[in-house]
Design a protein around this ligand. Sequence first.
Ligand code: BGC
Length: 737
Amino acid sequence: MKNAVSKQCLLGLLIASSLCSAAISAASLPWMNLSLRPDKRAHLLEAHLTQAQKFRLIRSDYGSTYHGHGMPHGALGSAGYVPGIPSLKVPALQETDAGMGVAKPHPGGEGATSLPSGLASAASWDPKVEFDGGAMIGAEAHAKGFDVLLAGGVDLLREPRNGRNFEYAGEDPLLAGTMVAQAVRGIQSQHVISTVKHYAINDQETGRTTISSELNQAAMRESDLLAFHIVVTEGHPGAVMCSYNRVNGTYACENKLLLDQILKQDWGFRGFVMSDWGGTHSATKAAMAGLDQESAAADFDKQVYFGKPLRAAVADGAVPQSRIDDMVHRILRSMFAVGVFDHPPHKQPIAFATDRQVAQKTEEAGAVLLRNRNGLLPLSVNLHHIVLIGTHADKGVLSGGGSSTVRPSGGNVVQDGRPAQWPGPPMYLPSSPLAAFRRLAPKINVQYDSGANLVTAARAAAKADVAIVFVHQWMAESFDRASLELPNNQNALVEAVAAANPRTIVVLENGGPIAMPWLHKVDAVLEAWYPGAGGGPAIARLLFGMANPSGHLPLSWPVSLSQLPRPKLPAAGYGNKAPPPTTVDYNIEGPDVGYRWYQKRRLNPLFPFGFGLSYTHFAYTHFYAHVHGSGTNMRVVVDFDIRNTGKRSGEAVPQIYGTPPNGDTTRRLVAWTKLSLAPGQNRYVHLVVATRSLAHYDALAHRWQLNSGKYKLEVAHNAMQADAQTALSLSASTPLL
Ligand code: BGC
């Protein structure tokens, strides 16, 4: 009898899943055989699933309470939940945000450890830092019962006012893609599926659910999509989250070119595509375009498209059953590939002190020293009196807002922030710079002034040997900044302090470039980004020289908005009720994002992409480039010597830029490394050049093409300062995907 039932289950004849499950649980579960490949395991399991079970896998519920309804049974109080099938040993999908750490559940609970912002991690230019950070947040997610992290933000920084830039990795596709791929690998090393998001061209928040990003296909492939391509092929994320916006008129989550053609066919992505929360707009169109899972369908979409409407579409032949099976296969395959079946998450204690160290190291590697006049930094521990001013530096450090915000144990250390509701309140993590200064330099009298009163702040600054002003710019999901200006009269605060004490340092806690009208009046500026759970000690150690700054900007820092491709950003700003524009024209700069735009327009940014000072200096010499092999086997390599010419140990970030032969084109980052050198030390460096960054995409022929001709290669400190250059003749080839 048991066998007969099993057989009917296998044939899909018996839909009563409880009967099937009972029969099968008695039999062996061949998909639990670890020696089989993920695809095989998924296929074995699929054969046992009923249509109802399949349809349950392809949509998630919001994993928390929402608009009056309770938490779904079995959910953990976070972003998404798909119930498991215990009889078949299918674990539930427990999904939580995001790239900096485990964002929910809150309030209450033990909290989680927040990395610094995505921009800070990217500014480390150190893939290992990304991997370690990913592994840390992946392990915390796993220990809290989650098996999906909605992480891997890699939308390119085309718009410095974008409220979510802090979640991403800057403006360059090679840097952003390479770094985020490692974050994804780190997360997934803990048997937690990571997404890469938000696919694609989701480069501003204003009008994000309706706006159409206009960008021609070649430009898209050479810029934003290249970053995603690198993450997909090097990081192997289990899932891709399609974005809210439209791309050339079609919603990203029902865009066949993006999902089916480019992601799945051209790049060979074998995982699943999940929609952003509220990003599904249809059943047939989305399913046939390549969407595999509708997220938080009942709460965020107009209707549960991947429920009744999709079933009806299958019944009337508009969507073949094979598409449903493919969706299911992709979801299960990722679960097997990442180890969700074999290492399902379960609650465990978390080593918060160790994890905070990971966050601190990330900040130490990613903070960027933008200015250091008169050798003011590093500070001596033998000073008598320092004053820290502003941004609650006595209590903690700021985070970015929205779904990615991580709540630390004990909660927000600054209670009265505005807006009080989502995407607020601004979260201050309990990592006090003041406490860290006092701990690291116990002989110095370190005082704090809130900065609320300019006169008092200036008086405090005048009495100190050195004044350190902390300024902040809170940015958050769901809106863009209307300008680059610091809010809350903070420019006046810096001016007042700098006028009272010439030895003034400014520490920035921000989500992207800001205007610094006072720049030439202060001696030093440290870009600390959103500094994360170890921010206080990291900032103190960097300023005292216990850590040597080695971060480099993953973005170009404009002098003013007039330098941007789109100086105006209509309807931007928190609470702006103006109707957002229906389109944003990214064809203006096309693939020339960031430093390429500045070069093309012969503009000098305030700080170029790749810029970052150190307490030592490095020189690059004996720079050579070579070609090995030809056609699809062609490899371009460069080698050079690097020397620490200063008096301190430090980490250098030599950057290789290549310029294609056509006079019309701009330089592109094609390789870099980060390495540590003692004073006077010399090291030989050998790097492989990413030739795809020098190629162009031929949209008619559907392929990448490397033109023949003389390519310029430079070894540089940043996108505008090269130490040496060489030329290399390459023959035409189509070596790339
Ligand atoms: C965000 C996603 C996030 C999701 C779930 C959306 O509003 O755009 O990045 O993962 O919510 O919280």
